[in-house]
Design a protein around this ligand. Structure first.
Ligand code: ADP
Ligand code: MG
Length: 701
């Protein structure tokens, strides 16, 4: 057998496992092969040097205890149906009870009363007696202190079912000893030696040994650092290589001059003074587009920070240089809104703007497509329609993707393909602030610009956190605004798992609102409607024909109705803070004072209310995102699937920032020297497996 084959062996063949335990390992922990077991890491380590006197044992705190076993007794319980094993441990000062409910036969044979043992487990109080259920027991040979054979005890995450078949920590320890005897934990190391040396990381086999069979806690911890580094490193190499190839493999038209339209627009038609942040980002874009490597820049800016005009400036550069621009948005409403802004801004410059939507009539579509293919049309705005097969561009020089995370990697790439044999410059826009702590991983393959300043003179949105007991007060406030001619959104949560239930909530809410406000036209919009109906409802609201719009978060993105001054979010406790903040951006867009009202059930806990109050306290999307991230953790914050960010096994993307930065630096250095990784076949092989496992795209030359 070669080394690689050994690792694929079934655990059933490992001495000390056998078919029955192998089956439990498979069903309980999804471990099937030697290699699976090798990468099953301890949860923590107990140090034998720190034996707790039983008298100091704390309930629910895992500890190591040393003492003499008392007599073992088999007792019947459950009306005589079941037999349990009990014993005691006495350390010369105090004693505790030990109890096994199942799977204790082999233990009983192994242990004898009076024996000196180590007991590891989490004591609890049962009838005021300290007790450990299913502890790990390690017999000590006469006269030997535990330090003689093992100082550190790895604790694996185990389940009750595993313990029942005798797979406890002690057994795991034996399995790893056996595995080490067979394999020496020989694995090819994905981290190049030079990097290991620079960052003081142990080689892979050594680290695995230190992790499973440590001689000190320090050694185990150093090994753990290595694996954290490795997790970050693999992802960063992947991201940085993608960035590298996007830039080196493709050529974009270099707009060395900004072109005539930029100055004409700036001098004659700019409707307001740009904020400093907008100016800075436009400069960054200007610099990118002057190069023949494709720009790949993401603009992060809070709702209302003015990303659209920044996108316009990028467009002016491309169009002024004789190239076309495609602006893609995730919904028809948004695309239409952009088309309106762009038409208003571009008309005086004599530049036409086309609109391409799923709902565009075939004849209209035909005409637009023709003009696009001949180059007569310099600017096209639309939805997914923009990258369909039948769409041809004359000279596509810039793509802009609004709410970029709503599109898949493949969809974005399909649009870029349209510029063949060039790559267009790419501008990505998002109103979802990603805290800096996460951005390195989530946006590792793009350049990021931040618009961290709102245009002057915005009316701050008055934010209220209320519970059901305040319903009347809220309805009164809403009525007062409606009487002034203003409009309102009422939003219900939509959680994927229970879409049906939520739909019911929206529909019932719609009825309640209609009854409460019979004199006003009420609209409804939700994800289950086809896009035509959705669009129609949105139009009715935008044009002021409906006064109240009841809906789910489909109204979340970018919708601009300056006359809307009230936002009520029902069951606000079911939303993430960042999402609530985005919803709040639906109001306060005009000259009127606006309200965001977050409703919670009466029985909501104080801590959950406290979370919502952060919204009343802060108005900066980045700051709120940081709080949200801290409260919910990266997985929930990002909705890991959508973000494309893999879950980390040992690394903590927030707590291990220092390691992340090192890993990123190492990845940058490596790709800088050898972008194809020709010198690092092991790393290359790891990346292939890694990318497949996490459904990430593997970029190669
Ligand atoms: P978002 O970043 O959410 O897409 P928009 O681009 O839609 O924001 O801008 C929000 C509103 O602010 C628009 O009405 C826009 O015309 C206006 N706006 C943008 N920049 C400025 C500015 N510098 N001064 C004043 N108003 C601005
Ligand atoms: Mg926008």
């Amino acid at each position: 057998m070669t080394q690689a084959d050994v690792w694929k062996s079934s655990l059933a063949y490992l001495k000390g496992v056998g078919p029955r335990r192998a089956e439990v390992l498979r069903t309980e922990l999804a471990l099937s092969t030697y290699e699976d077991l090798l990468y099953y890491f301890p949860r923590r380590y107990l140090d034998y040097a720190q034996i707790t006197p039983i008298a100091h044992a704390r309930p629910d705190q895992e500890g190591v205890f040393q003492g003499k076993l008392g007599p073992l007794q088999v007792r019947a319980t459950g009306g005589g149906k079941r037999a349990i094993l009990t014993g005691t441990l006495y350390d010369g000062q105090a004693w505790m009870e030990l109890i096994w409910y199942q799977g204790w036969e082999w233990l009983r044979q192994k242990l004898s009363p009076g024996q000196e043992v180590l007991v590891i487990g989490r004591p609890t109080y049962k009838k005021r007696l300290l007790q450990i259920a299913h502890p790990d027991i390690i017999p000590l040979s006469a006269g030997k202190s535990p330090q003689h054979f093992l100082r550190v005890y790895p604790v694996y995450p185990l389940t009750e079912k595993l313990r029942q078949v005798g797979l406890d920590n002690k057994r795991f320890h034996m399995l790893f000893e056996e595995l080490y005897r067979l394999t020496q934990f020989k694995q090819e190391d994905p981290i190049p030696e030079s990097i290991r040396e620079r960052y003081n990381l142990p080689p892979l086999s050594e680290a695995l040994h230190a992790l499973h069979l440590p001689t000190s806690v320090e050694e185990a911890e150093r090994a753990l650092q290595r694996f954290k580094f490795q997790e970050f490193f693999l992802l960063q190499v992947l991201l940085i290589r993608r960035k590298h190839f996007l830039k080196s493999q493709y050529t974009a038209p270099a707009f060395t001059q900004a072109g005539p339209l930029v100055s004409e627009f700036y001098e004659k038609y700019l409707p307001f003074a740009l904020t400093e942040a907008q100016k800075r980002v436009i400069k960054e874009i200007r610099r990118d587009m002057a190069l023949s490597t494709p720009m790949n820049r993401l603009i992060q800016g809070d709702v209302g920070s003015g990303k659209t005009i920044v996108a316009l400036f990028a467009s002016l550069i491309a169009i002024g240089n004789g190239y076309q621009v495609a602006l893609m948005a995730p919904t028809e409403v948004l695309a239409e809104q952009h088309a309106r802004s762009f038409r208003k801004w571009l008309a005086p410059l004599g530049v036409g703007v086309g609109l391409l939507l799923g709902s565009t009539s075939p004849s209209q579509k035909r005409r637009t497509l023709d003009k696009l293919a001949t180059g007569e049309l310099a600017c096209i705005i639309g939805t997914h329609a923009l990258f369909q097969k039948n769409v041809q561009y004359h000279r596509l020089g810039l793509t802009i993707i609004d709410e970029q995370h709503k599109f898949g990697v493949k969809q974005r790439a399909a649009l870029w393909e349209k510029a063949h044999p060039y790559r267009p410059h790419n501008l990505l826009l998002t109103a979802t602030p990603i805290p800096r702590t996460l951005a390195l991983s989530v946006y590792g393959d793009v350049d990021v610009s931040v618009i961290d300043e709102l245009p002057p003179g915005r009316q701050p949105v008055k934010t209220l956190i209320r519970t059901e007991v305040h319903r009347q007060e809220i309805w009164n406030l809403l009525r007062a605004e409606l009487q002034k001619g203003r409009q309102a959104y009422i939003i219900y949560p939509l959680v994927e798992e229970s879409e049906k239930l939520d739909l019911k909530a929206v529909e019932e809410g719609f009825e309640v609102v209609r009854k409460a406000f019979p004199e006003y036209a009420v609209g409804i919009v939700h994800g289950r409607m086809n896009s035509e109906r959705k669009e129609r409802e949105m139009h009715l609201f935008k044009s002021g024909q409906t006064k109240i719009l009841v809906g789910t978060t489909v109204v979340e993105v970018g919708v601009d109705v300056p006359n809307a001054t009230v936002l009520i979010v029902e069951h606000a406790d079911r939303f993430g803070l960042s999402q609530l903040h985005q919803l709040r951006g639906r109001v306060g867009r005009g000259q009127y004072a606006s309200y965001a009202i977050f409703m919670a059930p009466n029985d909501l806990s104080e801590s959950a209310l406290e979370r919502l109050r952060a919204l009343a306290q802060y108005n900066d999307g980045f700051h709120i995102a940081e709080i949200d991230l801290k409260l919910r953790g990266p997985g929930d914050f990002l909705g890991t699937k959508q973000s494309g960010l893999p879950e980390f096994k040992v690394a903590d993307i927030i707590r291990d920032q220092a390691i992340l930065r090192q890993a990123r630096q190492a990845a940058e250095d490596l790709i800088g020297q050898d972008p194809s990784l020709t010198l690092y076949p092991t790393l290359q092989a790891y990346l292939t497996t890694y990318a497949k496992k996490h459904s990430l795209e593997l970029f190669t030359a």
